[in-house]
Design a protein around this ligand. Structure first.
Ligand code: PEP
Ligand code: MN
Length: 362
């Protein structure tokens, strides 16, 4: 008798469990529909007022035996699960998000040979700013000797102070183009505003968005509406998630050729210019299929640690590094403390050559 009763009650519980399961999933589907409406309206998913109203209504309707506190705790858990579902569904729709292990975007340059995002470790190098034909040519020649294909040709400099050197502008781009063509290199150059796009288009091979412009949505959308590759820098005040959303602006506007460049974020440490979180970079490689490059110059802010920084970048499994090189750094018009002497650049390349990394780390 007691055993039969136990079986019967257990049967009832099993039945209720299935009903609850069905109701929970029904609820999840309705919440998912609500999420679509929110997304359409541009709202965030989390609505604390609505959540409070639902909990109040449940409290009023509750006739026990569960206490109101228990009911609220249980429903909060259900709300949380719905939010998590919404978030994971949204994430799955993000184009820059890696959908399967090993998925990668490989960008092929117009020569049909130079690639970034495959197993090659690419070097992007050159002076902080274009200063003269001689300065660019001497640097580019040294870089070309070591097979560097991506030459920094910065004509617009977003300096912290408006009283500092702002770059040579279009005459600088003319120098960069000439030098790059002479040495068979591609010009990467910073664009500061959408209005410069048309003029710069004929001079540059890769558009560069600096840290200060990472969240300039209009610029990002404009760069998404053309097909030249874009190097996007991580702002020193943004999370990795915000970084990926910035890249999403470009990719979702129609240009899949985006390279992410990490340059560290603001921290309290004074020995380096920015805090380069190597763990976050490794995680970034897992989260996105886009090529990732480490800027060892603006993160360090000094040239004496270039070799260990370069080794770390290669070892962590990113797709390349960016380094500033100048024929005479102490007299450079910008970032004179961190630009490498040409000799130091060769030492860095030698050190990288000695470092074999097996596997990409992602
Ligand atoms: C640069 O790389 O030229 C530069 C200005 O760096 P950031 O935008 O990271 O400050
Ligand atoms: Mn610089």
């Amino acid at each position: 008798m007691t055993e039969d009763r136990l079986q019967e009650l257990r049967g009832q519980v099993d039945e209720i469990n299935l009903k609850l399961l069905d109701l929970l999933n029904q609820r999840a589907k309705v919440v998912s529909e609500i999420g679509k409406v929110h997304a359409h309206l541009g709202n965030t998913f989390y609505d604390p007022v609505r959540e409070g109203q639902m909990l109040q209504a449940l409290e009023m309707a509750n006739q026990g035996p569960f206490s109101n506190e228990t009911i609220k705790a249980l429903f909060r858990e259900i709300f949380r699960a719905s939010m998590a579902l919404e978030e994971s569904q949204t994430k799955a729709k993000i184009k820059v998000q890696r959908k399967a292990p090993g998925e990668r975007t490989i960008i092929t340059m117009p020569d049909g040979v130079t690639q970034i995002g495959n197993s090659a470790f690419q070097i992007i190098a050159g002076p902080c700013a274009i200063e003269s034909m001689e300065q660019m040519d001497e640097t580019a020649a040294a870089l070309a000797e070591r097979g560097v294909k991506f030459l920094r040709g910065m004509a617009y400099k977003p300096r912290t102070s408006p009283y500092e050197f702002q770059g040579l502008g279009e005459p600088g781009l003319k120098i960069a183009r000439q030098v790059a063509d002479k040495h068979g290199q591609f010009i990467v150059s910073e664009i500061m505003d959408k209005s410069q796009l048309q003029m710069m288009f004929d001079y540059v091979d890769v558009f560069w968005v600096g840290a200060r412009n990472m969240q300039n949505a209009y610029l990002l959308k404009a760069l998404g509406q053309q097909q030249k590759p874009v190097i996007l820098k991580h702002s020193f005040g943004a999370t990795m998630e915000e970084f990926l959303y910035a890249a999403e602006y470009i990719v979702s506007s129609g240009n899949p050729n985006v390279i992410l460049i990490e340059r560290g974020i603001r921290s309290f440490e004074k020995w380096t210019r920015a805090g380069l979180d190597i763990g976050a970079v490794a995680a970034l490689k897992l989260e996105t299929h886009l090529p990732v490059v480490i800027d060892i110059s603006h993160s360090a802010g000094r040239r004496d640690i270039a070799v260990p920084m370069a080794r770390a970048a290669k070892a962590v499994g990113v797709d390349g590094l960016m380094v500033e090189v100048h024929p005479n750094p102490p007299v450079a018009m910008s970032d004179s403390k961190q630009q490498l002497y040409i000799q130091q650049f060769h030492e860095m390349m030698d050190a990288l050559g000695e470092l074999t990394v097996v596997g990409s780390g992602d």
